[in-house]
Write a protein that binds this ligand. Structure first.
Ligand code: GAL
Length: 366
């Protein structure tokens, strides 16, 4: 009898231990949030990777189309070759050379997942984790609040980092993204958003006819591994001059060193004006639909990536393949590899400080 009691006691202790371990590691369930503003614009956002799965905006005749690339099922997003469609990118948007940097005299080694470099936060970046999500109403429109605790050492980064991302679909037809974060140890941070846009509608051909204006006098040239050389080069006289609205495809195949190295546009532009202040970074126009998208940001830079690595092997949510250059990304961020580039604006987030960043994708028609 005594033995039996002892036995049940042990089982009980084990059960308590196992369930507390499970609770400690419990992940929130994957959910999808449907937001609709007062003008009928709709977006679907999942807490898996903070992915914007769809975004339906009107053309000049009031006809809605989904202007972001995306997949039909969660399984599709879980596949290894998902090119970060619509996701939140962190801890570090774009590359850190050789996955190494030194902070406060300590060298940190990050996960290496892009040749010899670290890309988009590593093997399991913020695009691949399940965030805690909550849908709310704000005075500006419906919103989703996503939070995530990135533990000290995750993908090699120092500090327990608490991140908060709020997506608001405003009644002015804007998708507004407010990021904030704090850490308990000095660290580096560079968050961005990776939607691939096609203003003619996803799956509707390439984006080469989209006209683009970028408010940047300079861009960040890179080497063959897409790591900045350290130079900030003037755009004038180069195919990187988007100061006047120009079709994305007008010069993309020119025999120019940087375009060759990037397989097209895959470069950060230094946005004019004061970083930290919300200002217009870019305007994209698709003339057949009349859809226009403005990008406003507080970030110092914006990566123009023209979907050069899409190759038609992925099938999108409406059953259409996504060939090369069938979407373009405007990723507002700090410059790549900043932790190793002393002349670039710093990406260090100090213990006790709060990281804040805002980007707005504003939709209109012409
Ligand atoms: C972009 C990056 C590209 C490529 C792409 C994902 O942000 O600039 O080089 O890695 O993401 O396929």
């Amino acid at each position: 009898m005594k033995r039996l009691q002892k036995h049940s006691y042990l089982v009980l202790v084990l059960l308590v231990l196992v369930s507390s371990a499970l609770i400690a590691h419990a992940q929130p369930p994957v959910a999808i949030y449907k937001l609709r503003n007062s003008r009928g614009v709709e977006t679907q956002i999942t807490n898996y990777g903070g992915i914007v799965v769809s975004l339906k905006v009107p053309d000049r005749n009031g006809k809605f189309a989904d202007v972001v690339l995306g997949f039909k099922t969660l399984q599709d997003y879980l596949k290894k070759n998902d090119p970060y469609l619509g996701a939140i990118i962190g801890r570090y948007g774009n590359r850190i050379a050789k996955g190494r940097f030194t902070l406060n005299g300590v060298e940190y080694k990050l996960a290496v997942n892009n040749g010899e470099n670290h890309l988009h936060g590593g093997i399991r970046g913020f695009d691949k984790v399940i965030w805690t999500g909550r849908q709310i109403r704000t005075k500006d429109g419906p919103a989703v609040v996503l939070t995530y605790l990135s533990k000290d050492g995750e993908e090699g980064y120092p500090g327990n980092l608490r991140v908060r991302v709020v997506y608001t679909l405003t009644n002015k037809n804007e998708l507004k993204i407010d990021y904030s974060a704090t850490t308990d140890k000095d660290t580096v941070l560079n968050l961005t958003h990776h939607s691939y846009f096609n203003l003619a509608g996803e799956g509707n051909g390439d984006i080469l006819n989209h006209e683009l204006k970028i408010n940047a006098d300079r861009f960040v040239p890179t080497d063959a591994g897409s790591i900045p050389t350290g130079e900030l080069r003037k755009v004038s006289g180069t195919p990187f001059d988007f100061l006047t609205s120009t079709a994305i495809g007008a010069r993309i195949n020119q025999d120019e060193e940087q375009l060759k190295l990037g397989n097209g546009y895959d470069h950060t532009f230094v946005i004019n004006g004061t970083a930290g202040r919300l200002r217009l970074a870019a305007t994209a126009r698709e003339t057949s639909s009349g859809r226009v998208m403005e990008v406003w940001t507080t970030e110092p830079g914006m990566q123009l990536y023209t979907g050069n690595f899409l190759d038609g092997s992925l099938t999108g949510k409406s059953g259409k393949p996504y060939p090369r250059r069938s979407g373009f990304c405007l990723e507002t961020q700090h410059y790549p590899d900043s932790p190793n580039q002393p002349s670039f604006p710093t990406t260090t987030l100090k213990k006790g400080a709060t990281y804040r960043s805002t980007t707005i994708y504003r939709f209109a028609v012409q």
